[in-house]
Design a protein. Structure first.
Length: 484
């Protein structure tokens, strides 16, 4: 694999919830790929910690099966896989029970980075932090990775922050939002701050509006009972979509460095305006006769939880006043499609006679599928017949533009875990950011709860409820197509 890979320091990574779905599907296959690349060296270790009574060999077999199922082409590398599995150990611990903790303490080594990944329900964050402290397993240099959801409102997020702060400093805590680990999201910053072309135009003089779409084709399936307590706003908007919005809207930080970047993101969240009820559209997928409805999948016949949401947001500062940010995300939509589209303003005056079409430059940052960036530009329609203009994208799909190198792009979890080991918090959410994000979303949720808002039904495979189209039509705008 790549020769440019710089190995990280040796580490001991303890994964609480090491037998869970996330560990099996994402964390461990990701670490395996970093091991094959040479970034995780042979003197590092991963310790699975969970409730099940497994021994180390049993755990290795479980991880082997997970990597073979989810690890992609690299899982064929038998020798590499065997060597990776030798780096694994397992301890059976229960966050709520005293036993087992001294065996974990006995496994920890001095002189290496110590990291703890809380891939468990948030209710266990406090008890786990307490045990790590009580048994001297975590020290002042240890790092702590916590999964989403980080609270379900401002109060619970603040309580979690306070609980963690009892034993860990903020600079030891890595709150994961895997959207921030995506290659394209980082490319968004490279495009904005690495080119002279865009930043001068990045404001309300030149930008008409911004659309952020995260569309999924899957429904809630087996996660129905969990999802029904959260809904699209808590599960997607409060974290992922708001993080994307922050990166688009923030002022240029003085350096690409954790505190500078996170300070700027926080300022954006604080400048977000309260959202009136008519700027929010909630939806829920119906049955199409064959596939089950949301209510059937959630096992809750009268639930009003939203599986779709669209919001018109506004940022009150000099750069963005007057530029709406339209956010939408939903399940069982037409295609799996995530995109940030920066739609520039119309040309003030056209010199081309007879050209009445509205030509707009659109910078589109595609998160999935076909990660890449394209810029719609206006050109002359080829051939005779005078100056007729057409709009075409300058397309940079990373897989084409970067060739071999694109295959070496680590996925979001891989990159973020390596950042934890390197001690780089730039792509993680700070505690005050998460709290501020809830401060914006809480009144929106409280508003629809007070109104007993009933989500609009939409057909599976559609673009969401019609009311979401109206949200833009009212402003004389249109959503971009959701296409795979
Ligand atoms: P899971 O139910 O599959 O696994 C839970 C794990 O926690 C198991 O290993 C279990 O042994 C362990 N556990 C449960 N109770 C414990 C206790 N008292 N003490 C010690 N260990 C205990 O859950 P998951 O899907 O892997 O999710 C884990 C966390 O990651 C959750 O917070 C979830 O919200 C978050 N998350 C999951 C996904 C996903 O795709 N699965 C995505 C994003 C975030």
């Amino acid at each position: 694999m790549a020769s440019r890979v710089i190995p990280v320091e040796p580490f001991d990574l303890v994964i609480f919830g090491g037998t869970g779905d996330l560990a099996r599907r994402k964390i461990l296959p990701g670490l395996f790929r970093r091991f094959l690349s040479g970034q995780m060296t042979a003197d590092s270790r991963i310790i699975g910690a969970a409730r099940g009574a497994l021994d180390a060999d049993g755990y290795r077999e479980m991880v082997r099966a997970g990597i073979q199922e989810f690890g992609g082409a690299e899982a064929q590398d038998e020798a590499g896989l065997g060597s990776f599995l030798e780096r694994l150990d397992y301890v059976s611990v229960d966050a709520t029970v005293e036993e087992g903790w001294s065996s974990l303490a006995g496994l920890m080594r001095d002189g290496v980075v110590r990291a703890f990944y809380f891939s468990v329900a948030p209710a266990l964050f406090g008890p786990l932090a307490e045990r790590l402290h009580q048994h001297g397993i975590a020290n002042a240099q240890s790092r702590l990775v916590v999964e989403k959801p980080f609270g379900r409102d401002f109060e619970s997020a603040r309580a979690l922050n306070r609980m963690l702060a009892e034993h860990f400093h903020e600079d030891q805590i890595y709150r994961i939002d895997h959207y921030l680990g995506k290659e394209t999201v980082q490319n968004l910053m490279a495009v904005r701050f690495g080119n002279v072309l865009f930043e001068p135009l990045w404001n309300n003089h030149y930008i008409d509006h911004i659309q952020i779409t995260v569309a999924e084709t899957v429904g809630v399936e087996g996660r129905g009972s969990y999802y029904d307590k959260s809904g699209a706003m808590r599960d997607m908007v409060q974290n992922h979509l708001m993080q994307l919005l922050c990166l688009i809207a923030m002022e240029p930080p003085s350096r690409f460095e954790a505190e500078a970047v996170r300070d700027e993101k926080l300022k954006v969240i604080r400048a977000l305006q309260p959202v009136p009820a008519h700027h929010v559209v909630r939806g829920q997928y119906d049955s199409d006769g064959e596939r089950p409805s949301y209510r059937e999948e959630a096992g809750s016949p009268r639930t009003f939880t939203e599986s779709f949401i669209a919001i018109r947001a506004e940022i009150a500062n000099w750069r963005w006043t007057g530029v709406p940010f339209y956010l939408r995300t939903g399940k069982k939509l037409r295609a799996r499609h995530s995109e940030i589209a920066v739609v520039f303003k119309d040309l003030g005056h056209s010199i081309f006679e007879g050209d009445e079409k509205r030509h707009r430059n659109i910078l589109s940052i595609r998160l999935q599928p076909n990660e890449g960036i394209d810029l719609t530009v206006t050109i002359k329609e080829p051939g005779p017949g005078g100056m007729r203009l057409i709009d075409r994208p300058l397309d940079m799909t990373f897989a084409d533009a970067l060739g071999e190198e694109a295959r070496e792009i680590p996925d979001a979890y891989e990159r973020l875990i390596m950042d934890v080991i390197r001690g780089n918090q730039t792509l993680f959410m700070r505690g005050d950011e998460v709290e501020a994000a809830w401060t914006w979303t809480d009144p929106i949720i409280a508003g629809w709860e007070k109104r007993n808002d009933v989500p609009k039904l939409y057909d599976p495979g559609s673009a969401g409820p019609d009311d979401a189209l109206m949200l833009l039509h009212r402003d004389g705008r249109r959503w971009r197509e959701i296409r795979g």
